[in-house]
Design a protein around this ligand. Structure first.
Ligand code: THU
Length: 141
């Protein structure tokens, strides 16, 4: 479950710092099959930065996107909610998180979480409109 947002949420976003963290994560990627290394970084509501890199597999379909590692790290290091996110490729260029990963991020996003994208800063709602999320399950109970 997500932690409550009662604590003060960090809103001052240093995109350069976040992008650098994503590049550092990308350098740890294991991508021998696609040779497409990805690093992801997100600012958490309590001010920490969590990161992840893609980890591929000889069984291609079970490879993990960088965002999978990121949400795992988020949870393992104390939870919280994602305030801002960026992911980069091998050249350090900002890329779009894939559709599945937008869903992964949405689970832990503050409302209006910001993403640096190929078309500028966007909100999670803009890149994943009408998202299915935890509230849909709660509504059904
Ligand atoms: N990839 C990510 O890690 N995140 C994304 O949002 C897009 C794609 C990875 C998966 C695979 O290891 C490689 O990029 C090529 O698709």
């Amino acid at each position: 479950m997500r932690s409550s947002t009662e604590e003060e949420v960090v809103t001052d976003i240093d995109w350069d710092e976040l992008r650098s963290a994503a590049v550092e994560a990308m350098e740890k990627a294991y991508a021998p099959y696609s040779r497409y290394r990805v690093g992801a970084a997100a600012l958490v509501s309590d001010g920490r930065i969590v990161t992840g890199c893609n980890v591929e597999n000889a069984s291609y379909g079970v490879g993990l996107c960088a965002e999978c590692g990121l949400v795992g790290n988020l949870h393992m290091t104390g939870g919280g909610e994602l305030v801002a996110f960026v992911c980069v490729n091998n050249d350090g260029e900002t890329i779009m998180p894939c559709g599945r990963c937008r869903q992964l991020l949405n689970e832990f996003a503050i409302p209006g979480m910001l993403l640096e994208t190929v078309s500028g800063i966007r909100t999670i709602d803009e890149v994943l409109p009408d998202a299915f999320g935890p509230r849909d399950l709660e509504a059904a109970r």
